[in-house]
Ligand binder design. Structure first.
Ligand code: TYD
Length: 217
């Protein structure tokens, strides 16, 4: 974990890159807001973003990705196209300037949704990942894990029109969840699995502890 510039009183060390992952309805949004508030309270300069999106072009691609039917490889390539732009225009400059980046989803989501959920060939995912961000992974990833039927209930209770992904069936989300957990097993130091089937305050306390560890590392 890199030293955090502002809070450590050091200047211009590389910032820390934290991502949040999980199936739709896992409850990451409110926890992201809490983590960002916590970091800012500690004097850390944080850039909060999301994928797909995070740049004007990325947000336009997001609209297409969430609503326009497309081939699964087109979907994977557009996810990585939006990511390429996001890295170049926002993530890399922020980290290089010592700012922290907290992002709602990154490439673990492509592994989970496009490889796990849709059945994209792993080698194609790996080729895109190696092309778009060779040598870069988040410093810390918080994976919100919970059973798809509970997550689906949460999505339905928002009353918001579901997008193309949220309309998928339970077996799709079972595969997405399985792929996320597989990825976590491959990178246990980076990806911390959070049991999201608990009250928000309990989850928040656990996340604060994990982030505090990151701060002192
Ligand atoms: P998200 O912002 O979590 O949705 P919401 O605004 O409803 O909280 O993510 C948008 C959707 O995009 C989500 O269903 C997961 C999907 N997605 C992928 O399939 N692959 C990816 O690489 C990314 C980043 C997101």
């Amino acid at each position: 974990m890199p030293t955090h510039g502002a809070a450590a009183g050091k200047t211009r060390s590389r910032g820390c890159f934290i991502t949040f992952e999980g199936i739709d309805g896992a409850g990451k949004s409110s926890q992201i807001a809490a983590v960002v508030a916590l970091l800012r309270a500690r004097g850390i300069d944080v850039d909060q973003s999301r994928e797909p999106g995070g740049t004007p072009l990325g947000e336009r691609l997001r609209e297409l990705l969430l609503h326009e039917p497309m081939h699964l490889e087109t979907e994977a390539m557009l996810m990585f196209a939006a990511r390429r732009e996001h890295l170049a225009a926002r993530i890399e400059p922020a980290l290089a300037a010592g700012r922290w980046v907290v992002c709602d989803r990154f490439s673990d989501a492509t592994f989970a949704y496009q490889v796990g959920g849709r059945g994209l060939a792993r080698e194609k995912f790996e080729a895109l990942e190696a092309w778009v961000h060779p040598g870069l992974q988040p410093d810390l990833t918080l994976l919100f894990d919970l059973p798809p039927d509970i997550a689906a209930g949460r999505v339905a209770s928002t009353g918001v029109d579901p997008d193309r992904f949220e309309r998928e069936q339970r077996d799709f989300f079972e595969r997405v969840r399985g792929a996320y957990l597989e990825r976590a097993r491959q990178a246990p130091q980076r990806i911390r699995v959070i049991d999201a089937n608990r009250p928000p305050e309990v989850i928040r306390t656990e996340i604060e502890r994990i982030v505090a560890e990151a701060l002192s590392a």
